[in-house]
Design a protein around this ligand. Structure first.
Ligand code: PLP
Length: 269
């Protein structure tokens, strides 16, 4: 009898969005839909709806460490996705604990500002993100404004400039082993949503049609969670990236059916 493939165990370390559109709730939906088992460590709380973020409540960094250590000692994760961390102490702590536990895949979505314009990462945490987190990640998934902050330059305005940004971001990651940049080009104008996937050698362009909808809340969370679910199973990063983008494109396409809230609604898993 053929042996069923084992189910990857994935962990999201991110913030809570009570509306379920972004943060750990979105991550758990995407991971589950893609056949992974999902665990969640809460790194920040938000008061939030589809209309925007009304407040952010940090979680004590030592307690974030306790959540990670307690869980990973019992349930080793095949892949970890990092989302909203909120502040510098939590960012440093997550970097330190992952350096200790060494999960095989670490996907970092460098969440900084919500689509509503609200800040989700304190400014003084950006240095910690570079110094404490980039050395432990195997993939980083910034959008163009986030890439601009990380590189201290204005965001790319065309695909040629995006390629250069992807190369420079790859230089910020550790050199040993397989490390990838997944640069999201959704902020570029045009009929297509173009992303670049780059490992310092290959530069893969992923193209999807732009879907005209205001309901794109949680798209970044969904993509990085999908990658964490797919990477351990496929062990082929370009293929995992293609499938994650397809999953997100379909989730955006279905978002108008949801009718959740009166603001920027979530995508549909
Ligand atoms: N809230 C939380 C807790 C998040 O992790 C994120 C993720 O990026 C957001 C809000 C922002 O979502 P969006 O920018 O898609 O609205």
């Amino acid at each position: 009898m053929p042996v069923a493939p084992s189910i990857p165990k994935t962990l999201t370390i991110a913030g809570v969005d009570p509306s379920g559109g972004a943060g750990v709730l979105a991550d758990v939906k995407a991971m589950s839909a893609l056949g992974a088992y999902a665990c969640a460590v809460v790194a920040a709380l938000t008061a939030q709806s589809t209309r925007g973020v009304a407040g952010v409540q940090p979680v004590d960094a030592a307690f974030v460490a306790r959540q990670i250590d307690t869980l990973l000692a019992d349930v080793p994760a095949d892949a970890v996705k990092i989302g909203m961390l909120g502040n510098r102490p939590v960012t440093e702590t997550v970097g330190e604990r992952l350096r200790h536990w060494k999960p095989p895949h670490v996907v970092l979505d460098p969440v900084m500002i919500a689509k509503s314009g609200d800040a989700l990462l304190e400014r003084d945490a950006i240095g910690a993100l570079r110094e404490a987190l980039l050395p432990v990640v195997t993939m980083i998934t910034p959008n163009l404004p986030e890439a601009g902050v990380l590189l201290e330059q204005r965001p790319a305005e065309n695909v040629k400039e995006m390629r250069r940004m992807a190369e420079k971001l790859r230089e910020q990651l550790a050199y040993d082993g397989q490390r990838w940049v997944y640069l999201k080009g959704g902020h570029l104008p045009g009929d297509a949503a173009i992303d670049l996937v780059h490992d310092g050698d290959r530069m893969i362009e992923l193209v999807a049609p732009r879907i005209d909808t205001p309901h794109t809340h949680g798209t970044g969370c969904t993509l990085s969670a999908a990658l964490a679910a797919l990477l351990p199973r496929l062990n082929d990063t370009p293929e995992a990236a293609r499938r994650a983008k397809d999953y997100l494109t379909e989730a955006i396409r279905q978002s108008d059916r949801l009718k959740v809230g009166s603001g920027h609604g979530p995508v549909h898993h």
